[in-house]
Ligand binder design. Sequence first.
Ligand SMILES: Cc1cc2nc3c(=O)[nH]c(=O)nc-3n(C[C@H](O)[C@H](O)[C@H](O)COP(=O)(O)OP(=O)(O)OC[C@H]3O[C@@H](n4cnc5c(N)ncnc54)[C@H](O)[C@@H]3O)c2cc1C
Length: 287
Amino acid sequence: MIPGSFSYHRPATVADAVKLLADLGDDARPLAGGHSLVPMMKLRLATPSHLVDLHAVAGLKGIRRDGNSIVIGAMTTQHELLGSDEIGKSLPILHETALLIADPQVRYRGTVGGNVANGDPGNDMPALMLALGASYQLQGLNGARDVRASEFYQGAYFTALEPGELLTSVTIPVPAAGHGYAYEKLKRKVGDYATAAAAVVLTMAGGKVASCTIGLTNLHETPLLAAEAAKAVIGTSLDAASLKKAAQAAEAIMSPAADARGPVEYRKHVGGIMVTRALQRAASRAK
Ligand SMILES: Cc1cc2nc3c(=O)[nH]c(=O)nc-3n(C[C@H](O)[C@H](O)[C@H](O)COP(=O)(O)OP(=O)(O)OC[C@H]3O[C@@H](n4cnc5c(N)ncnc54)[C@H](O)[C@@H]3O)c2cc1C
C-alpha cells in the first residue's frame, strides 16, 4: 500500500509540462486529481519514476462557452462541474453523471481530464463524451491536435495519447434545446464504479424519437457507442418492441469482463436494462 519512490515536478505552463513529459519519457506520468493514479501506484500497478503535477499549470481550468460548444479545461474538477450554471443549463447529463461518481471527497479532487484520459473502462465520463460527440485537445511538443472521443479509446488503459502528450481540454457541442438525457448506472453500493451504465441523449418530435445517441460504460474494454441500438429507436415512439430491439442491439456489442461485479451474462443483461431505462427517462425529459 506504499507507492515506490518517484521524483515530483510542478511545471507552471503547458509548454513546460509537455517538455518535461517529453524529456522524462515513458517513466513520467501527468498527475491530475490523483484519484486513479495514486491508488494504482499504491498497488504497484503503476510505477512511474516521475510525476508531473498539473495543479500549477495556468490555463487548464475552467468552463467556457465557445459559440455552440462548451470547452472544459482538463484540470476542472467534477465538483466544479456540479457548481457550474453553464453545465447545469447546457449539458445537464454531465451534472447528473458527476453526481454518480464516487463521493464528494473524490469529486473535489478528480478532474474531467483525468477521468477521460485515464482509459479505465469503469470511468463514467468517457461514455458521455461518446454520446455527446465530444473531442479532446491533445498538446505535444509539436503542437496541438483535436481527437474525437470516438477515436480516442483503443483498449483498456490504451488511448490515442502519444508519449509526452497532455490532454488540455474537452470540447462538447451543446445538444439541441429541449433534448432529453439520462445516465443510468447500476452499482453495487454508493461510491462504486458501474456494474453497467448507459448514457442517452435524444430529441423527440411529434411523439417520436428524432435523434438519439447511446454510450455504454464498463461493458467492454473501452467505452462504447451503441449506434445500432440508437438506430433501433429513431422514428419510433419508444414502444416496447423498439425498446427491446435497442436493448438487444446494445447487448450484442457488449463484452464485459467477468469480475467481482458479476459474470458476463449478468452484466450484459443489466447493461440492456440500463439502456432501456435511460431511453425511457431521456424521452420523458425531452420537450
Ligand atoms: C473510491 C473511488 C471511487 C471512484 N469511483 C469512480 C466512479 O464511480 N466513476 C468514475 O468515473 N471514477 C471513479 N473514481 C475515479 C475518479 O473519478 C478519478 O478522479 C478519475 O478517474 C481520474 O481523475 P484524476 O483527476 O484523479 O486523475 P489522476 O488519477 O491524476 O490520473 C489518471 C490517469 O490519467 C492521466 N492524466 C491525468 N490528467 C491527464 C491529462 N490532462 N492529460 C493526459 N493524461 C492525464 C494520469 O497520468 C493517469 O494515468 C473513483 C476513485 C476513487 C478513489
